[in-house]
Ligand binder design. Structure first.
Ligand SMILES: Nc1ncnc2c1ncn2[C@@H]1O[C@H](COP(=O)(O)OP(=O)(O)OP(=O)(O)O)[C@@H](O)[C@H]1O
Length: 242
């Protein structure tokens, strides 16, 4: 069952951050969201996460209204936000510990999937930026979410690490089949990762483009030279420049 947003508006005093947003996101979709700063991307993600409520309109997941955060949805932010005093393994187990019980075999399985084996007892400062972000992703995954909400998760990484993380995320998504909603400022990243692309415009925050991304999978960076890629990129650039 999908995530549905029906006529969603969010005002902050006199600022209309989101205006009449209608979206249906099918299960297992990789949706990427692009848009200039301040166009309402994070506001949209926070509403789906249940961290904020709309001024008007409705949000639902599997037909159930979204009223608060839930175990079915986890958010991964730009900063990994690991606890410096905890080991990698304890950081990854943190959400489960808060929920009341830790499934250590699952924690260790996800550590393996994320390529973090051997670093279990390291503290965050002993890990590279890419490893820290993988640990943040692992901490989200061990909650077995149906929906991963990613707010510019790779923006703080250098270009090479970022490319590795993008490939890694696509492999992971293929394995877990979760719905991913992924915010980015990077047009190439949005097109190369997603099944579907939403481009937003600011003041008021509205959807300017909502379309499938017509590239085959598996994706590779060579595809950034394909006519379908360039055609879509040109369209996005003209909307963002408007
Ligand atoms: N808690 C808040 N209080 C007041 N205004 C807010 C609040 N959150 C967001 N806004 C305003 O709503 C608009 C949309 O903000 P939002 O953070 O969703 O944009 P964004 O597209 O995620 O931007 P960025 O790409 O810079 O992260 C902005 O004008 C912002 O100033």
């Amino acid at each position: 069952m999908p995530i549905t947003l029906t006529r969603v508006t969010r005002d902050f005093a006199s600022i209309r951050a989101l205006d009449d947003i209608n979206l249906t996101i099918e299960d297992g979709t990789f949706l990427t969201i692009l848009g200039a700063s301040g166009c309402g991307k994070s506001t949209l993600l926070n509403l789906i996460a249940g961290l904020d409520a709309p001024s008007s309109g409705r949000l639902a997941i599997d037909g159930v209204p979204i009223a608060k955060p839930g175990p079915d949805r986890v958010v991964v932010f730009q900063q990994p936000g690991l606890y410096p005093w905890l080991t990698l393994r304890d950081n990854i187990a943190f959400g489960q510990r808060m929920r009341g019980s830790i499934d250590w075999p699952r924690i260790d399985e996800v550590i393996g999937i994320m390529g973090l084996g051997g670093f279990e007892s390291h503290r965050p400062y002993e890990l590279s930026g890419g490893m820290q972000q993988r640990a943040a992703l692992a901490r989200a995954l061990v909650m077995n979410p149906k929906v991963l909400l990613m707010d510019e998760p790779f923006a703080a990484l250098d270009a090479q690490t970022r490319h590795r993380m993008q490939a890694f995320l696509l492999e992971l998504w293929d394995k877990i089949g979760a719905t991913i909603i992924f915010i980015t400022h990077d047009i190439d990243e949005a097109i190369i990762l997603g099944d579907r692309l939403v481009v937003m415009q600011a003041r008021p925050g509205r959807i300017a483009i909502d379309q499938p991304i017509p590239l085959a999978r598996p994706r590779s960076w060579d595809m950034t030279l394909e006519p379908d890629f360039l055609h879509l990129k040109r369209r996005v650039m003209s909307v963002l420049a408007a």
